[in-house]
Design a protein around this ligand. Sequence first.
Ligand code: SAH
Length: 417
Amino acid sequence: MSMLRDISLAGAGQTKIEFASRRMPVLAALAERFAETKPFAGHRIAACLHVTTETANMCKALVAGGAELALCASNPLSTKDDVAASIQRDIGAEVFAIYGCDRETFYKQVQGVLDIRPTIVVDDGADLTSIIHNDYPQLLEDIIGGTEVTSTGVLRMRNMETDGALKYPVLPTNDAATKHLFDNRYGTGQNTIDGILRATNMLLAGSTVVIVGYGWCGRGVAMRARGMGANVIITEIDPIRALEAKLDGLLVMKLDDALAHGDIYVTVTGNRDVITLSHMERMKDGAVICNSGHFDVEIAVEALQKAAVDRRELRPNCVEYVLADGPRIILLAEGRLVGQSAAEAHPAEVMDMTFSTQALGVQYLIENAASMKPGVHEIPRSIENIVASAKLEAYGVTIDTLSDAQQSYLTDWRVGT
Ligand code: SAH
């Protein structure tokens, strides 16, 4: 039984899904092919994803390909209730997602999708995977494999593998070049800025933005913040990434040293307790802090709430906390992903590549899982090439090909220099 805000919102959701679909040409073409070849027939897929127009289009492709599908939200603040209603009514998946629901309802939704007794698990953040392994091991028998769309989820699954705990093969969608080079960099880069602007309407030009973490997401946020005229400071713990930031022309320093300068702080590390109360106490008055990395654990939100002597909501997703004898700290989106919560998650154009890669990954699992050991595998290069070529074609871009002589120069060591 589905869990939705209101099924009568489906009409509005359907229009938005259709608009996104026009900007997801690779996935739309795959859906057409799947409708003919039915690669997912006989499979039950449990998915835990942001319930957005982009996810809706992937659901459409999977259902067109013959899958029975149940979907729950991977984050209560990213769910679009009208889209959820349309996925249920028009696409025919069983949907468990209500915007802004409490933690208890959120976990009920996760349990709800498991009633489908999945053969395949499509995860975002490894929540479904860890709940299945911890609480519903009886489901493991039917599961042939899974996919994981985000960096932190892949990390959790690799840790499960190291412990010998992961019981089925997983394809890490995030590790595909057609995912992280675009989704993490340009998707997070744009929607983090979008979330900050919608929540605060601050001018970025001339401000100092401190970005904690210079992975693919951090690189994207830095590039976009700089493009808007901000001074960008990077803090890192990895010497190679720090060096890269330095040679990209950014200021690199310890977070402690950045505290005197930052007007806006963005955490994009995938780790916990990155900005602590002690950091906040030393920030400038009115410093804005937000997270674009991992759930709501990167910023010490609870410690801030406990320490604050006053709290007021300045604007939606924008709350000011007053620290005694300290600065006023402005926290966006409760420390959850700001681009997903205060803006609208990644745009369709990048999710086209992510979800095409993922849908082809699911098909690959169905064809190959029998010979794959439990553990985290690699997304085959052939899938990346199919998705990149189709995306270029959709953009109307054609590229050169190697001549035979060039091909043998690259592959035959005897040809020499
Ligand atoms: N650690 C995260 C979990 C993943 S969020 C958390 O805190 O919730 C980041 C993932 O969301 C990315 O891997 C991206 O592919 C996915 N995502 C971003 N925009 C999306 C959209 N419009 N629809 C569906 N998924 C989206």
